[in-house]
Design a protein around this ligand. Structure first.
Ligand code: ADP
Length: 589
């Protein structure tokens, strides 16, 4: 755990300050002691000098009792010990002891100094009083001869107690100063560390991605410079990130709006990125696929092989690959693989672009089938016509009965050819008109149904059938009237064709919320269930022979379906074999 700067600076400041204070105190106490002792010595000397004049006559006349009495009296008055000593060191009088009991003082250092005529002093333990004392010895001279020494002294404990109380007072102030210093150094430490703490918090916001935040610029030049540099850095970073994000978004938008699937694969076989079209083709999600290996993402061995080939090859590769979707329908991908390089031209993987050509393949197949079907449909009547013409040319023409029959067959086959070509032309016309050029207008529906029914009336009459229309006059639809009429004609024509004599055909109109349904009911032969899904394909017939006999081309319902699609509508059928069918033509509302 890292300590806060404040708690590093503050103790250091405080310790330095208190150490300084302690040193000052230490010095001061030494100085004070010296000063105080010096003062005391001077005081003792002055006291001695004041009283020294009273002693010489007494010493001269050897009046020892009076010397002793004078010492005691002065000692009491001045609260100081007075001792009178003769030049041989014998104590003549003392304010605190009997002189007879006292030892010879000749060896005392202050006494020795006094014998030389100077004032002597010393601090030591007193043998007489058994405590630390300060002594000052003053010589009493007659001419140049020292006749006696007056010694003044004071007990050190007394001195030290005074000094101690003074020092304690100084220490008390020292502690108050230390406390004040603690507060001041805490404040100073906070002042230094606070801007750095603010910088740290700001930098953390930058790190979290909040690059719009700006650091406050503090007063001190160094930190202000740092804050300004960090602000500049954040602004530049923000700008760069914005540019990168914008570029990435653009790239993503381009990629995701592409119909082609795009996959970037790294040299170690991992999917670097792919667009949504590619993900849909591989039945994966973009998030799930990115970062995984191609074996995990692509479950088609052919495509895996193609990706590997693209990674291995230096040149672009191309192939058509068949995928199986979940529903087992085939999907064809026209795939291109190219080498992916970085800005220094080093190979970093391969880019696979996949184009779904399933629809084109299907359309090609439909066209091929259609051409084959048309050829087949045309070939049957043409072969038949050719056969009968050859038979006629071979002599049958001379047999009027045969000739008549053969010519009738030729006429029927020609009629059939004509119908097929008519239906093909109609289909092609719808295809050409379909889309934008087709004239669409809101028209009343009933007249269209009536016109269609009128066209089929003769055929219905021939089978003794009746057609009923149930449609409100007010119903209108948005449609191309002639195409819609054509579709209804086809449905009604089928209803008549595939019904027995005297059956009824009914047309009714149902309006739903989103579409108008035109229903054609008949009571004809009906259609088995298995044929229903393919009924609207070109040339699809349930019963080929029956259809041909009835003059059918197999294109009627294909045309109806096409017309429905060009109207963005649909057509559907419900049927029960032997009971009848209902074809429903739906137009969007
Ligand atoms: P066709 O020219 O043969 O009638 P269509 O495309 O109109 O061709 O119809 C396709 C097939 O659908 C017909 O061959 C027929 O078998 C069946 N079909 C169409 N309409 C009906 C109907 N109303 N009742 C029974 N079968 C029908």
């Amino acid at each position: 755990m890292k300590r806060r700067l404040l708690w590093q600076i503050f103790p250091a400041f405080w310790v330095i300050a208190v150490l300084g204070l302690f040193l000052i105190f230490w010095n001061l106490s030494g100085l004070m002691k010296t000063f105080y002792y010096q003062e005391k010595r001077v005081q003792l000397e002055k006291l001695g000098n004041l009283s020294v004049s009273s002693f010489p006559p007494l010493v001269e006349n050897a009046q020892y009792d009076q010397i002793q009495a004078l010492c005691r009296q002065m000692g009491r008055t001045a609260q100081t010990r007075f001792t009178m000593i003769d030049p041989q060191g014998k104590v003549l009088g003392d304010s605190q002891e009997q002189p007879e009991k006292m030892v010879n003082h000749f060896d005392r250092p202050e006494f020795q100094t006094a014998l030389t005529g100077k004032v002597g002093s010393d601090i030591r333990s007193s043998e007489t009083l058994q405590q630390e004392m300060m002594y000052v010895a003053i010589p009493i001279q007659k001419g140049d001869t020292v006749v006696a020494v007056l010694r003044t002294s004071v007990a050190m404990p007394q001195l030290q107690a005074t000094l101690h109380s003074v020092l304690m007072e100084v220490l008390r102030y020292g502690l108050i100063i230390a406390l004040v210093l603690a507060i001041l150094s805490l404040g100073l430490s906070w002042k230094i560390s606070r801007p750095l703490e603010l910088l740290r918090l700001g930098a953390e916001r930058f790190a979290r991605g909040d690059l719009n935040h700006r650091l406050a610029v503090p007063q001190s030049r160094e930190i202000a410079g740092l804050a300004e540099s960090m602000n500049k850095m954040a602004a530049q970073l923000d700008e760069r990130i914005r540019t990168i994000v914008a570029q990435k978004n653009e790239q993503q938008a381009v990629l995701s709006s592409m119909i082609e699937g795009v996959i970037a694969v790294s040299t170690d076989g991992k999917v670097m990125s792919l667009n949504s079209a590619a993900a849909a083709m591989l039945q994966e999600t973009v998030e799930n696929a990115e970062g995984r290996t191609i074996e995990e993402v692509i479950r088609n061995t052919e495509l895996q092989h193609f990706v590997q080939q693209s990674l291995d090859s230096e040149n672009p590769v191309e192939a058509q690959i068949m995928l199986h979707e979940k529903q087992q329908t085939e999907q064809y991908l026209q795939s291109h693989g190219t080498v992916l390089t970085d800005d220094q031209g080093r190979k970093i993987g391969a880019l696979i672009v996949m184009n779904d050509v399933t629809r084109i393949r299907r359309l090609e197949k439909v066209r091929r089938d259609f051409v084959a079907n048309v050829s087949h449909e045309l070939k049957t009547p043409v072969t038949s016509i050719k056969g009968f013409i050859e038979t006629l040319l071979d002599g049958a023409i001379n047999k009027p009965e045969d000739a008549q029959r053969f010519l009738e067959i030729i006429a029927r086959q020609t009629e059939r050819l004509n119908s097929i070509i008519d239906d093909l032309l109609t289909l092609s016309r719808i295809e050409q008109q379909g889309g934008s050029q087709m004239l669409m207008e809101t028209v009343p529906l009933r007249p269209i149904l009536k016109a269609a029914v009128d066209l089929c009336e003769i055929k219905a009459g021939g089978k003794n059938m009746s057609i009923h229309i149930e449609c409100d006059e007010a119903v209108t639809v948005l449609a191309n009237a002639s195409l819609l009429e054509q579709a209804i004609v086809n449905l009604v024509d089928n209803a008549i064709k595939y019904s027995e004599q005297a059956g009824d055909v009914r047309l009714d109109v149902v309006r739903c919320a989103d579409e108008t349904q035109i229903r054609v009911y008949d009571h004809g032969c009906g259609i088995a269930k298995e044929h229903l899904p393919r009924l609207f394909e070109r040339f699809y017939r349930v019963d080929k022979a029956r259809s041909r006999k009835l003059g059918g081309t197999g294109l009627g319902l294909a045309i109806v379906n096409h017309i429905a699609q060009t109207h963005k509508g649909r057509v559907c059928v419900e049927s029960v074999v032997g009971k009848g069918s209902t074809f429903t033509f739906c137009l969007p509302a």
